[in-house]
Write a protein that binds this ligand. Structure first.
Ligand SMILES: [Mg+2]
Length: 217
């Protein structure tokens, strides 16, 4: 469909608009060391990019130390980690083109919205979006399905007339729960299996393929 036919087009942030590998994995290492758990190398922490961080920290350091680790993570992330991030090549052109075609663009990230907005402004992407949705620091809306529930309700949009673009299984599962169309950002941190198991078969190998996939959605 042409972009303006959707009530809203929702983009995930990490692994879809920007590559946060350096910052997220570096902050997890910092948090693990802080609670006395030797961290693996950064490449072995890439699976943590996308899902709720608290859940990943429960796996990495155990539930009893996850809250303390999350505090240490955020201390480094708010100071340094949020900037150890870069927009994917071509993503600004994609957003500009969709906006020019009348697309109503939104961000839906499980990251706290204070960081979402700071990152989008720093990389000059904020002006493409009508609204951004993220989690609260207390963990509310860290689940992508609940976040989309909140966003769709507030915007008074029908999920079946919206599109989600994200790189991980939780993006696809949340989209399916709300009967949204979905495009996988395969250049991020997920795999085709993660989209196919949620019932979707469209994915972009690079950002430049997104407009063509939206036209065929
Ligand atoms: Mg993601």
């Amino acid at each position: 469909m042409s972009p303006e036919r959707f009530d809203g087009i929702f983009f995930d942030l990490d692994g879809t608009l920007t590559d946060p590998f350096e910052g997220i994995t570096g902050c997890i290492q910092h948090a693990m060391r802080g609670v006395g758990v030797p961290p693996p190398v950064q490449a072995e922490l890439a699976w943590c990019i996308g899902p709720s961080l608290h859940e990943s920290l429960c796996v990495l350091v155990g539930p009893s130390r996850a809250d303390e680790a999350l505090g240490l993570y955020r201390e480094r992330f708010s100071r340094i980690g949020w900037r150890e991030n870069r927009p994917y090549a071509g993503i600004a052109d994609v957003l500009r083109g969709l906006q020019q075609q009348g697309g109503r663009l939104f961000v839906a990230s499980s990251k706290p919205h204070v960081f979402v907005d700071r990152i989008l402004q720093h990389f000059e992407l904020a002006h493409f979006f009508q609204r951004t949705y993220g989690s609260e620091l207390d963990g509310r809306f860290a689940d992508k399905g609940e976040l989309l529930d909140h966003a769709l309700g507030e915007l008074d949009f029908s999920g079946s007339n919206c599109l989600m673009i994200g790189d991980r299984s939780h993006d696809a599962v949340a989209a399916a729960r709300h009967k949204m169309a979905f495009i996988g950002a395969l250049y991020g941190f997920g795999s085709r299996d993660e989209y196919e198991s949620a019932g979707y078969g469209a994915w972009a190998e690079e950002p430049g393929q997104i407009p063509g996939l939206i036209a065929r959605a």
